[in-house]
Structure formats: structure tokens, C-alpha cells
Ligand binder design. Sequence first.
Ligand code: BG6
Length: 528
Amino acid sequence: MAPRTAAASRAGTVRTQANPLRAGLRLEKVPEPACIVVFGATGDLTHRKILPALYNLRRVGLLPAETTVLGFARRPYTDEQFRADLKESVVAHSRVPVQEAIWDDFAAGIFYQQGEFHDPDAYQALSRRLDELSVARGTRDNRLFYLATPPSLGPTIIDHLGRASLDVEGRGHGWSRVVVEKPFGRDLESARQLNRDVQRVFRESQIYRIDHYLGKETVRNLLVFRFGNGIFEPIWNRRYVDHVQITVAESLGVEGRGPFYEEAGASRDILQNHMLQLLSLVAMEPPIAFAADDLRNEKLRVLRAIDCDWTDERIARDVVRGQYGPGWVGGKAVPGYREEPEVAKDSTTETFVALKLEVQNWRWADVPFYLRTGKRLAKTATEISVQFKQPPLALFKELRADPEPNLLALRIQPDEGILLRFVAKVPGLGLDVRSVNMDFTYGSSFVSDAPEAYETLLLDAMLGDASLFTRGDEVEAAWGVVSPIDSAWEALDQGGHPPGFPNYAAGSWGPEEADRLVARDGRRWRRL
Ligand code: BG6
């Protein structure tokens, strides 16, 4: 997806791949040289995702040689120590083995700046360092500020960037952009406040709110699938679609992130962002162009059409929360959530949520969207399935059971691909029918490796293409869907009605109530 915006095309130079077949005939653009300032440079995200992504972009020639990385954090480090540390992480986390010569070349552009996030002088020093590096490395004063810090530091850093005039663009300066990681706020109110804080310093066009699901190859393909083919769009509506299911299942637990997860829970961690983004891509109208605001306008319209009138009765009926107890995953006994390190013994944080949503617009009225996500489920799988209505007349009356309805499953990960289920006659003299699958898998159809989501997103941010980033109003609309549910749960817990947790065993498919949620409507979750 994401043919670049006009602005991005101007900014980038077009580079044809040596072998267009390998690259799937894509014309890749190389951004202008820039300095990427990573706040929280010694943290996990920098080491596991950001630097491996930058290294890989450099490796395939999608970042110019002048590209510079300036890590900013509290710890005292020299440039050399920082480089050595990063090398270890990149070796451990890069999707392809690290090549010494390419690393050395890339690492020569990595620097470190020690500073306290609250100290105005640190930003003056940062500004001077950026000026020096711009001259020494030829980064033309272009700067990408990446906030890879705990969310609570975001407003402070942004405020100081503004005070040090690091947001300024043009008039002898290059461009200046800021990348803000999720979670963007913890409810509607805090997201609004955070938007105000960021927008006080940066214009919306300079702000890149990351949701890494949007950078996944299969998620980007969703729009190509819908709008690049003529045959699906005419049936993509309430006349033909019975319901839609979106599953983001993880067999992993909270992986040492107890304190973070205690604050977040499945609703804030996955539902508010990754899942609602998937839903908006599935349900949106065709945009008038593949430009950032056209796409985001359409996604916003979907989010605004979701019925957010959450009464307590409706929450009790249409939303299920769960928390895993001990169980077995992949043949290994695993502890329950409450036994995880730094998790309260009586925690009411949900590690599972399933719900039924309605998108109340012309296209989708009365088509339920069932969403479920959870940790420590039987399997790791993200899938969107669109189930179609049965044919209007059951002609094959002598069959023992109704044939299964047509289904289109978009496998986001793993085993990325698209499956279409339809009914076929079983060979033989009688008339027996059975569901069969037509299955496309990326692995066997394309020879090129898919980039990591962070590679795509970092490249886009440097090119100035915000198509795959969420806009301020979109984030708020998504909080508008989940905040009332989170608040109702909090009120119940505090009012002496805590949920009966744990209510599902690790390694299962979640609480039984989740099955009842769909069974009540005569449907069932697709087996993954
Ligand atoms: C993150 C969540 O945003 O997404 C994690 O904070 C989750 O809890 C992760 O595990 C899932 O991402 P992916 O790319 O592995 O599906």
C-alpha cells in the first residue's frame, strides 16, 4: 500500500530496485538525510525494534549514508559504549544476520547525548549537538524525534523541544517531526490532553502517532485487497456480509511487563489501538486517494459510526472480560496472571476481552463485528474473517446439514495469507457437498521477505508520509469506543463487584462467556 503522498514524492528521490521482481515491482523512495533523535535510547523498544529497523533500512539502501542516530537518555555512556551496546541488540533482533561492513558504516553515524528529560539545559545541549552533527554528517538539519520513553515523559519532552525551538521548520531549518509511541493516553480525557500538549508545539502534519499494526505487511495489504480488486467491494456490505470477526490471540503472557500491563489490560493495550485500526480498515469506505488525510478521514468515519452508547446493561451483555489462571501453553505449565512478577495477587486487570460492536452506517447497519483478544490463549494468531450470508434459497434440501457459509479469512499473522471458503460437490453419484478452501499464502507466492512493521513506519515518517500513522482525532474516537467500558469496569471493581477472575485457563480460548456472546446470536468463533 501507501503510494506516497505528493509531498513525500517531492521529498524523496526515486530509486529503482536492481531486480524489480524481487521487490514486487515497487519503486522505493529514499528519504532526505536526517538525524533521528531517540529519547529513551537505552530502553527496550530502542534496542529490540527501532535500531534493528534502522539498520535493515540502511542495509537495503533505503536510508542515505548521511543518516545519523542520536540517542538521548539519562545514563552516562560514550558514543562507543552506546554503539557497542546497540550492536549486541541489533545482532540479537535483526530479521537478517548483521553484516560487519554494513554495521560499521551505519554505526559510524550513531552518537549518544546524556541528559535528564526534565532539564532545560539538556535540550540546549541537544540543540547544539544537532547543529554540529548536521554540519559534520550532512543531515541538512532534518530531525526526527522518536519518543521511545514511558508515556508519562511525553509531554515533558515535547514541551522542552518546543522551548528549545527544535520544532521549527523552514527558514534555514530542515524538517522536524515527532514520533509518539502507543499507548497514546489511557482514556479519552488523557488522550485529549496529550493531543493538546503535542499540538501546542508541533503542527498535526509533524506528528506521527505509531500503531505498529498499521506497518504490518498484511495489514497494508488489506487496502490493496479491498480496493485493488474489483470483485470484493460490491459484496462488502450488509447485503452480503453476515458478520465480521477480528481475533488478536497471543499465547504469550505479559513477559515481565507486569507493571505496564497492570495499568493497561487487554482493552487499552490491544483493543483501543490495534484492533480498532483493523476494524476501521475492514469497514472503511474507499478513500478518494491514497493520501494520508483521505485514508484517515475514512477510518475516522468508521470509528465515529461505532455505537458508543454503552449502558451498564449493554456492557454486561455485549462485552466479556477475562483473566488467565494457571494452565499449559505449548506443553509447558505456566502461572496465572496473578502469579506473574509485579502483578497484584487480587488484580482485576483483564488479559482478555471479547465484544460485539455495531458500525451504524449505511454499509454496515445490523452487521455485528465480534472482536476478541487475549494473552495466554491456545495459539498466537491474528485474523480477520468476513462471513457471508447463506444463499437466499436452500436448493440442496436433501443434505444432512446446511453447508457452511462462504467465508473470507485474512490471516494477518502468522502464516500470512488469505483464504476463501466455498461449497463444492463431493465427487460421486450422489449429491453431497462440502466446504473447501482456496488458500493464498504470502510465503509461497512471493520470494521477497516482508519488512518489519517498524522498518515501514520509520521509513514513512522520514519520507513525510503519515498514511500509516493515526491522527489525533482518530485516536480520540477510538478512546471514545473503549473508555466507557474501562470506566464501567473500574466502577464495578471499586463498588465491590470485582469480576470472578481468573476465569480462563492459560492455553485455552478464553472464558466461556466469550463463546456465549456469539452463540447467543447463533454464531461461533472461527477455530484458528
Ligand atoms: C503491543 C502490545 O502493542 O503489541 C503487546 O503492547 C503485544 O502486549 C504486541 O504483545 C503484539 O504485537 P505483535 O506485532 O507481536 O502482534
